[in-house]
Write a protein that binds this ligand. Structure first.
Ligand code: ASP
Length: 328
């Protein structure tokens, strides 16, 4: 028996002479980080904040590649099917990593089994925003306005399966609004059109909309969270306004399934160092974001979140879609 094991070890050492070395000198070239949405949007911003710090820890550049389309599933399919060698990673979000399977029956990846999870990147509440010249003075007036006019209005989102699509679907179906849905490759270009007045409203991550709210180029009605954000002290929460709509988004880093454990461990360590850096903490506060607690970090925390979010969101989405089958 011992001889057999020894022989097997010998065979594999000859068959893959560079495998051990490839892991121990990892990374020895730049790492591609696929962001499945347009540059400048929430997932992209988080990937770049963390990627810049991780590049320093790992001694190699993490290069963001924006691969938008199909609510982020095009990019995440690329990640799931890439070589599991640590040189292609992805930053997905609650949409791509938990809602998408409910909306794409032929999706080529399963968020719970097609990736080696690296860790949760951040949490950010959704914020209800509208174009600047919307007359409603507060959330109550805005909801009343939507009730009477939503069929004439448009809602911008980052594609079927994205967080802005999911949160918008839940929001619109909960209140019976029926706007025209306008899809973009990310919420950065959607926000540009909201500022330009080409679309009427969005429910998007605070991370994306805070600079525009502060610059008064769009109107903010509420943060869909239990507590006000330090970055938006004047914007009330849905909770304090007594509106039953709380929606927290998250982003997360993953690698293709089968990535060697030694490589995943290095990436987890680099991600955790990036999350602990005071500059990251400061940027997160400015963006209304929160890092994961120590206990939720790393692969186990993300795996648990993906599984619980898939279980939570799938029935909510199915109910919302059943109420509005024409929107699918
Ligand atoms: N996070 C956005 C969403 O899923 C997309 C983006 O990052 O642009 O709605």
């Amino acid at each position: 028996m011992i001889r057999k094991v020894f022989f097997a070890a010998l065979v594999s050492a000859f068959a893959f002479p560079g495998a051990g070395l490839a892991q121990s000198d990892y990374p020895n070239k730049p790492i591609t980080v696929i962001v499945p949405f347009a540059a400048g949007g929430p997932t992209d911003v988080v990937a770049r904040i963390l990627g810049e710090h991780m590049s320093r820890t790992l001694g190699q550049q993490l290069v963001v590649e924006n691969v938008g389309g199909a609510g982020g599933t095009t990019g995440m399919t690329r990640v799931a099917t890439a070589a599991p060698d640590g040189y292609t990673l992805g930053v997905g979000n609650m949409g791509t990593q938990s809602a998408a399977p409910a909306l794409y029956p032929t999706l080529k990846y399963n968020p719970a089994t097609s990736f080696d999870q690296i860790g949760i990147a951040n949490y950010t509440p959704q914020t209800i925003v509208a174009k600047k010249d919307t007359a409603a003075k507060n959330l109550k007036e805005f909801l009343a306005y939507l009730k009477d006019n939503s069929a004439k209005l448009s809602y911008g989102h980052a594609g079927v399966g994205s967080i802005s699509y999911v949160s918008g679907t839940v929001f619109n179906s909960q209140f019976g609004f029926k706007p025209a849905l306008v899809a973009y490759r990310g919420t950065a270009p959607a926000l540009n059109d909201l500022v330009g007045g080409q679309i009427d409203y969005m429910v998007d991550q605070s991370l994306n909309v805070i600079p525009q709210i502060k610059g008064n180029t769009i109107k903010a009605y509420a943060v869909a969270a239990p507590a006000r954000l330090e970055a938006l002290p004047d914007v009330p929460t849905t909770k304090e306004l007594g509106v039953d709509f709380i929606f927290s988004a998250w982003n997360a880093m993953v690698a293709p399934k089968g990535t060697p454990k030694a490589i995943v461990d290095k990436l987890v360590d680099a991600l955790n160092k990036a999350l602990d850096d005071p500059n990251t903490v400061k940027r997160y506060v400015e963006l209304g974001s929160t890092p994961p607690e120590a206990a939720d970090r790393g692969p186990a925390g993300l795996q648990k979140l993906v599984e619980s979010e898939m279980a939570r969101i799938t029935p909510v989405l199915k109910a919302a879609m059943a109420a509005e089958p024409e929107k699918k």
